[in-house]
Design a protein around this ligand. Structure first.
Ligand SMILES: [Fe+2]
Length: 399
């Protein structure tokens, strides 16, 4: 009898503590997100991950309606499946309309050529979002930069802003110091964004010179979907307001030994400048009443040193290839484009480069690394307020 009890106990112990049992006990979950990006007048991009490989979709309904539409990613006749990282584009929505969505995923337990079997299904709660309004007379958003992997700093920069009131958040570069850990975008800023706002309102990421570094920098675009085109530069329209987002690339020469010959930013900035020429001539951009540019590295031209109070900083910055190449390429295009204000970061202190006729035809507000910017664009102009993480306003002006 004692022998039987010992055998039964051993079997139970094996069942409970074997790796198979441990895996079976782990529930299938949505473990990051969902988060919204690429919101427009008629669509949005929903991203999330699951704890194991599965088959996922987004369900969308107009607020107050029972009619649910399903969206999946389909490529070459195949639905995206057997994956954990989901990026699903929701299309053909109505402008200025409230929607609700949830993400749903089935675990794939068997995936053979002629035999597919599913396990548990999980669904998120229903979350809401609103498509942008082509007739909007105003828009407000938050800009945060130079967070350098500090999720707690990111939370503080968000907490001092009226997240209920704004339309979206722009992360203006160097949110990570370099990308060299698996899942780093989640722990550095995406998870905290999901907690604070990103289930309901989108964020866009303006890449800084730091996010181009590290062994995973080349897969950063798996996490960031600013627009359906999947670029790190782009233009957003909010009715009367156009916001151009530019990627400044690296700060040093492409040939600098630290890059080991692996970067191509001179060509990238030239391609971006050609794209920008098209944007500033486009009917949508010309129809906008207010025009804002967001870029991490402030562009510099030598004549900006003619303003005595900025002389020292300009002479320091002009030596950096990124800043001076952007000055050479981007400033002449924007000088012709009736820009209200450009918002930058990068130098970790607050600085204003004022309008300088014939040199810089728009002001540049450089935000520090302990404040976030609240921006409101309306008939009065573009109001920019820098709010320190302790809550005090360190700068405000309407352009
Ligand atoms: Fe930077």
């Amino acid at each position: 009898m004692r022998r039987l009890i010992t055998m039964v106990a051993a079997v139970v112990a094996i069942a409970l503590f074997s790796p198979v049992a441990a895996q079976a006990q782990q529930a299938y979950t949505i473990n990051h997100g969902p988060y919204l990006q690429g919101l427009t007048y008629d669509g949005v991009i929903v991203s999330f991950t699951t704890s194991e490989r599965g088959f996922s979709k987004v369900e969308v309904r107009e607020k107050g309606s029972d009619e649910v539409r399903e969206f999946r990613t389909s490529k070459h006749g195949l639905f995206e499946a057997n994956n954990t990282h989901n990026v699903i584009e929701v299309k053909n929505l109505k402008p200025a309309t409230d929607y609700e969505y949830r993400v749903v995923s089935k675990k794939l337990t068997r995936f053979e050529p002629y035999h597919v079997r599913f396990g548990e299904e999980v669904a998120s709660e229903w979350y809401s979002f609103r498509t942008f309004d082509p007739a909007a007379k105003s828009v407000s958003f938050v800009v945060a930069n130079d967070i350098h992997d500090k999720a707690d700093l990111c939370a503080k920069m968000l907490d001092v802003q009226p997240l209920d009131e704004i339309e979206m958040v722009f992360y203006n570069g160097d949110i990570m110091s370099y990308y060299n850990r698996e899942g780093q975008p989640f722990t550095s800023f995406i998870d905290v964004s999901v907690e604070k706002f990103a289930k309901n309102k989108p964020f866009a990421v303006v890449r800084g010179n730091h996010e181009t570094r590290g062994q995973f920098a080349r897969i950063y675009d798996e996490y960031i979907h600013n627009t359906p085109e999947g670029m790190f530069y782009g233009v957003f329209y909010f009715g009367d307001t156009a916001v151009v987002m530019l990627d400044g690339g690296e700060d040093k020469d492409d040939q600098h030994p630290v890059y080991g010959g692996l970067v191509d930013f001179d060509n990238y900035r030239r391609e971006e400048a050609e794209w920008l020429k098209g944007v500033v001539r486009s009917p949508e951009f010309l129809a906008a009443k207010n025009r804002i540019v967001i870029m991490h590295v402030p562009p510099i031209v030598e004549r900006m040193a003619e303003i005595e109070e900025n002389k020292k900083e300009i002479m320091r910055q002009i030596a950096w290839r990124g800043a001076s190449h952007l000055g050479e390429l981007i400033i002449p295009i924007l000088n012709e484009a009736d820009i209200d204000v450009m918002l930058c970061g990068h130098i970790h202190r607050q600085l204003i480069y004022p309008e300088q006729p014939g040199v810089l035809e728009f002001p540049i507000v450089v935000n520090d690394n302990v404040s976030s910017l609240y921006v409101r664009s309306d008939e009065a102009g573009v109001y920019v307020k820098a709010v320190h993480i302790d809550g005090h306003t360190s700068f405000e002006k309407t352009y």
